[in-house]
Design a protein around this ligand. Sequence first.
Ligand SMILES: Cc1cc2nc3c(=O)[nH]c(=O)nc-3n(C[C@H](O)[C@H](O)[C@H](O)COP(=O)(O)OP(=O)(O)OC[C@H]3O[C@@H](n4cnc5c(N)ncnc54)[C@H](O)[C@@H]3O)c2cc1C
Length: 332
Amino acid sequence: MADRTVNSPILALAPFTFGENSDWLSSIAAARSIAQTNHSVEAILAGSASTEAADAAFAAGADKVWFASHPNLEIPADPGQITEAFAQTLALPAFTGFRLALVPLGPIGDLIGASLAQRLDIAMLGFCSAITLDDSGIHAKRASHGGRAGITVTSNTASVASLRAPKIDDTAVRRGLVTRITLTGDLPAPMSLSLQDSGVQNASLEGARLIVSGGRGIGGPEGFIQLNELAASLGGALGGSLPSVDAGWVPVFRQVGQSGKFVTPDIYVAVGISGTPQHMAGIGLHTRIVAINKDAEADIFRFAELGVVADWQDILPALIEKLNQKGEASKI
Ligand SMILES: Cc1cc2nc3c(=O)[nH]c(=O)nc-3n(C[C@H](O)[C@H](O)[C@H](O)COP(=O)(O)OP(=O)(O)OC[C@H]3O[C@@H](n4cnc5c(N)ncnc54)[C@H](O)[C@@H]3O)c2cc1C
């Protein structure tokens, strides 16, 4: 059996039965970023084995891949089933004494992580910005006080964690050992869901490197069409503050903040957003903020690296046009 003490492998739990949602690879990339040369990374993929999935897991940073399959694991599987599949896998002798298992960062990953931690009676370290391991424990950094301060939590027990993943180099070619496990314990019945195509093709907030977000200052749904256009031309995702969600200008799954999503893009463009603590609580410590606000005294400028004091209507259309021209020029 592998040495699962201080230098034990870091496990990456990858619920790849979510199909085309490539976020499942992020736990592997996050594990690789912690492992460096001191630990190996073992990816546990819940779902039936496929060469493509194994190749993607190796490219994302795995040294070894385990496929944990179960005849009743639905595709796409729901979080309850995946949690149970991971719990059964981690109970196998091969994983006795594991120290750290990563889940993908995001609402589903964190739901699986928290449920798994409760099921296995271990710690859950969610929304981490950095993790280090040494003899004294697992040290997890995360934002606190509305994102304006950072704290380090130390866990001395086996832990599940979610951590922002670095960009995956999907051209990397790596190979390693693939082992298949067939789980035989009971799985909960899947949730009864009927899937409907929303017709929305936009990038999700989870894993976005750039987010363009609008607040009450946008004043109506038409402005969000422009924000969406800007987000799309920059290859980013659209977000919004609570008032813009309440007004129905942007869907609730795009709300950033204390009661919305925690996002960690490289760049967050805040337009018509005042910068309340409840909104800022949803933005990672290392994110660079660009703000457009007509009030020079708005709090958002205290957090912004780049601020424009202006009415967004004087800035956005010209910016979008410029970007579109650039896009057209690059096609010629
Ligand atoms: C328990 C709790 C949880 C909460 N959770 C969240 C949360 O998850 N997310 C969240 O966002 N809020 C949350 N809130 C609400 C929060 O307190 C604020 O009300 C909210 O963040 C303000 O949103 P805003 O910045 O869009 O609006 P405002 O604070 O009204 O700011 C609008 C800004 O737009 C600017 N503006 C106006 N017109 C223009 C223009 N034409 N061009 C440029 N700028 C313009 C104004 O100068 C102003 O700064 C929560 C509150 C509570 C109590």
